[in-house]
Design a protein around this ligand. Structure first.
Ligand code: SF4
Length: 917
């Protein structure tokens, strides 16, 4: 193609409304899907988001010149919404007026991006020429267009791994000083943070005063201050707690952890913390650090391996685009950081995950990139930070691991759990045990290494601890004993062997028995529906128990040598032999942590198997499951959850802490604190939490209206789709549609997306569009005409203030799924009382309250909340904030009210106002 003018390249755009092709000669015309596919097969076309266009055309093999790939190369680590409009904004081009104008925009965008490479001031030039040479060898479609435009630099470019900065080793940190915060100082700090012109917010001041209590010196060991603070939306709770937190960290010299559930809140916290702290301290260190689990960050050793032949084909192209990003990223966070969420989905494989350190294979100081490693940098930075922004799971894992050989400097002691209503669920998964095929094969690979000769660098324990294995006799013996014992774990192809009735080894025997039992007993109807299946781990016959005992013995045979190895490693660190150099020492320290963790996991699995066939332990809920997705089995195993996961949470997180705040807009159920107190775990360590309540300043009576639509019959997908289509039309887009079943979501989307697109109302959907959820929300936020359908869980990730979200529609009352775990907890909660309805109601009200909370995010927001439910029980209505008008109406009436609102008219009250209003 040479230095061909991009304006003369043909371009294709496909939406639900149709397909448009712009020929090289500059004429745009509508084409059929078939015509579009033929054109794309003929010659490489300019397209935006190939997987999405492929889905729209129903032609999975579509390829071409994808503008998003070009964008990722030219402007790595730069945000862009991957839509025509988003691309136009990102490049300073005029927005396309309609679908038919998009192909022309694609040409202009290609022109702009290619021209940027010729600009001497191109900020991301370094590394581009070198990266491009490799991409050309991989036959990346853009390479030929870029080659003539990127001049060879006069001096050789430094290789990525030489360019990244090294982190500094931090010294030990002293324990915090004991300080008592003066309420007047807290108020002053809050005033400084909010700025003098900020409106006076008495609610926020009261909230900050309450949060300050959590920072007082602790009176007795194991008894932290615990505050539960319900803060209605709009209180300004972020700055409310950052005021005492920043004051305390400044005076005491300690670290405050703020833990969130969603990435949206992490982003917001990062922005708001700038008011309290500078970007860097005078010594160059950062006072505020975002901390995530290791599996979020790029592993440079994996990247190097991928660049040097570990990845082939499209995955190798992805690796080179990631390498471009790695040189410009803020912190190396690949999941929710500055790597575009859409990049991974363009390559339709798990390439991104393979570049992180998911499996604990890090070789620490044995890694040539150790001193530049993003993961190590972030872990070190958090030790001396004033504020660490993390998520619930990481805070819990850190607290747990600092008890098993980890450093206590990393243990959080002043913690604010924002989005505190999610702490229970996060504890539930953190403290769970799952003995499954997927988990056990992972352990096997960690010990033995991959079975097939793989291109990658993944290696087993023996290779990672090669020096111990060869120089230390006892250590060497333990490593080979572990290696031998790990042969009992499932290997490659385990699922197929089990399905064919030919399991191999004691663990595969166990999984086969689990599968047979689950299928024998299932009465859920899930078999036909293609969903996961489960059954209680009770009433198991003798043969099953025998197989379980054999599996338990095999696990014990593996755990023993790992324990011996752990002891050996401790001894080597205590009295280092001559052959142990600094790098070896760091490698052993790293191995010790992951070893301790695996030993714990093995112990938990053995305990789980030990119980089978005996009396049930009332502390736990155990069940057998076959996990399936669309009727395809993907995992089999035995699961164990704590009946009350706040018990281990209290021991691991609360007890060692000095001050803990749990805060959210939806901690309480109506006026009732009992559930929130129980779910805090404080009672397990004998602490009575301080309770505080802060009403939202919003005028819900004027800003919002709940409409319960009573005439859409349940179970009628055509009627459901019709209702959704009309609601979206009436509101002119801006609709968030929440579903409890993926299947209905897809059916509804399939029926209405085309029609809405033709009316200029694009409809996106989780589980339909090949786009990650974060990007879907970005697209939704960016386009007030767009609507988004998702599962009920999407409600947590959506923070869209303003006009883009003006109507939330729930397809039905969000009942909890009747799983074995749910039933056990409901029984326990209602022991001695009648029925489990009250328990279910609490869950449903919490979900409704959270979903409603998406709607009104600021004083200027206005909107409707619709539930399609003929029989919506009145007892659920207290989920909504006091004063919110609630009406039971027909679909027609709802449409009128929503349409009137969209056009700015007011509509007199119709329908029966509920007694609660
Ligand atoms: S130190 Fe570990 S995580 Fe970091 S780059 Fe090396 S192997 Fe990867």
């Amino acid at each position: 193609m040479g230095a061909m003018d991009p304006l003369s390249l043909p371009a294709l755009h496909a939406s639900h409304a149709g397909s448009w092709l712009r020929e090289g000669n500059g004429a745009t015309r509508g084409v059929s899907k078939g015509g579009a596919v033929m054109a794309a097969a003929d010659t490489p076309l300019l397209i935006l988001n190939a997987p999405l266009v492929a889905t729209r055309l129903g032609y999975p093999d579509l390829s071409g010149l994808d503008l998003l790939e070009l964008f990722a190369f030219v402007h790595p680590a730069r945000f862009v919404v991957p839509t025509p409009k988003g691309l136009a904004h990102g490049l300073g081009l005029p927005e396309p007026g309609s679908d038919a104008h998009v192909p022309e925009l694609l040409q202009q965008a290609a022109h702009a991006l290619l021209a940027a490479c010729g600009d001497p001031a191109w900020p991301e030039r370094e590394g581009a020429w070198t990266g491009l040479q490799s991409l050309a060898r991989l036959r990346w479609p853009w390479a030929n267009l870029l080659l003539p435009r990127i001049a060879k630099p006069s001096t050789a470019e430094r290789w990525l791994f030489a360019r990244l900065p090294e982190w500094e080793e931090a010294g030990d940190v002293a324990q915090p000083r004991q300080v008592v915060l003066d309420p007047q100082d807290v108020r002053q700090r809050l005033a400084d943070l909010t700025g003098s012109e900020a409106e006076q917010r008495p609610g926020q001041r009261a909230y900050a005063g309450e949060a300050a209590h959590a920072f007082a010196p602790r009176a007795s060991s194991g008894q932290p201050h615990v505050l539960l603070a319900q803060a209605g939306t709009g209180i300004g709770k972020t700055l409310g707690y950052l005021a005492p937190a920043s004051l305390w960290s400044g005076l005491a010299g300690g670290t405050v952890w703020v833990s969130t559930f969603t990435k949206a809140l992490q982003r917001q916290l990062r922005a708001e913390s700038r008011r309290a702290w500078p970007d860097r301290r005078p010594d160059g260190t950062r006072p505020v650090v975002v901390r995530k689990g290791r599996e979020n960050y790029l592993c440079l050793l994996n990247l190097e391996d991928a660049l040097q032949g570990g990845f082939a084909g499209r995955a190798a192209i992805l690796a080179h685009l990631v390498a471009r990003w790695a040189a410009y990223t803020r912190d190396g966070d690949m999941i929710g950081g500055d790597l575009p969420g859409w990049l991974g989905t363009l390559f339709r494989q798990r390439g991104i995950a393979a570049l992180t350190d998911r499996r604990g294979e890090c070789v620490y100081a044995g890694c040539p990139h150790f001193r530049k490693c993003f993961i190590e940098r972030s872990a070190r930075a958090s030790v001396g930070a004033d504020l660490v922004i993390a998520n619930h799971a990481l805070v819990m894992v850190n607290a747990a691991r600092s008890g098993v050989g980890g450093s206590s400097a990393a243990r959080p002691t002043r913690i604010i759990f924002d989005e505190g209503h999610h702490v229970f669920d996060a504890a539930d998964s953190t403290f769970a045990a799952a003995l499954t095929g997927a988990e056990t094969i992972e352990l096997r690979r960690w010990v033995i290494g991959p079975e097939k000769a793989s291109r990658g660098r993944r290696r087993g324990l023996a290779a990672r601890l090669a020096d111990v294995a060869s120089y230390d006799e006892a250590g060497g013996k333990a490593v080979s004993a572990a290696r031998e014992a790990a042969e009992a774990l499932p290997g490659d192809g385990w699922m197929q062997r089990i399905v064919e009735g030919a399991p191999s080894g004691p663990l595969e025997d166990l999984l086969a028995a689990v599968r047979a039992t689950v299928y024998a007993r299932d009465e859920s109807g899930g078999q036909e529906a293609g969903y996961g299946l489960e059954t209680e781990a009770a009433g198991l016959d003798g043969a099953f128990v025998e197989v379980a005992q054999a599996a338990r013995a095999a696990l014990a045979d593996l755990r023993q040598p790992l324990i011996r190895l752990g002891v050996r490693l401790e001894a080597l660190l205590e009295e280092p032999p001559d052959w142990l150099d600094g790098a070896g020492r760091a490698r052993i320290e790293g191995a010790r942590h992951s070893l301790a963790w695996r030993i714990d996991v093995l112990g938990a699995w053995e305990a789980l198997l030990d119980r089978l066939g005996g009396p049930a332990d009332p502390e736990f809920v155990d069940w057998l499951a076959v996990d399936r997705s669309e009727a395809r089995e993907f995992d089999i195993g035995i699961h164990r959850r704590w009946l009350d996961p706040m018990k281990p949470f209290a021991r691991v997180v609360l007890e060692p802490a000095h001050g803990v705040v749990m805060t959210s807009a939806t901690l309480r159920d109506g006026d009732d604190w009992d559930g929130a107190v129980a779910r805090s775990g404080a009672s397990h360590i004998g602490v009575a939490p301080r309770l505080s309540m802060h009403e939202s300043p919003f005028d819900y009576a004027a800003q919002a209206e709940v409409l319960i639509v009573t005439d859409v019959p349940r179970g009628d997908v055509a009627a459901l789709a019709g209702a959704y289509g009309r609601l979206i039309e009436a509101s002119g887009g801006g609709v968030l549609g929440l579903f409890t079943a993926i299947r209905r979501l897809r059916a509804v989307h399939g029926r209405i997306a085309d029609r809405l697109a033709r009316a200029g109302l694009p409809l996106y959907a989780q589980h339909v569009d090949p786009i990650d959820t974060g990007t879907l929300v970005d697209i939704f936020r960016d386009d007030p005409a767009a609507s988004l359908l998702g599962t009920d869980a999407l409600r947590d990730g959506v923070d869209v203030p303003g006009h883009s979200l003006r109507l939330v529609v729930m397809e039905q009352v969000p009942w909890p799924r009747p799983t074995i775990l749910h039933r056990a907890r409901r029984l326990a909660a209602t022991a001695g009382k009648s029925g489990g309805q009250a328990y279910d109601d609490t869950i449903i009200r919490a979900r409704l309250a959270q979903a409603f909370g998406r709607l009104i995010r600021s004083r200027g927001d206005r909107g409707h909340f619709v539930v399609l439910s003929a029989a919506f029980p009145s007892r659920l209505l207290r989920a909504f904030p006091e004063g919110t008008p609630i009406r039971r109406v027909s679909l027609e009436e709802a449409l009128q009210r929503i349409a009137a609102h969209a056009s700015g008219e007011s509509v007199p009250a119709v329908g029966a106002a509920d007694p609660q209003t």
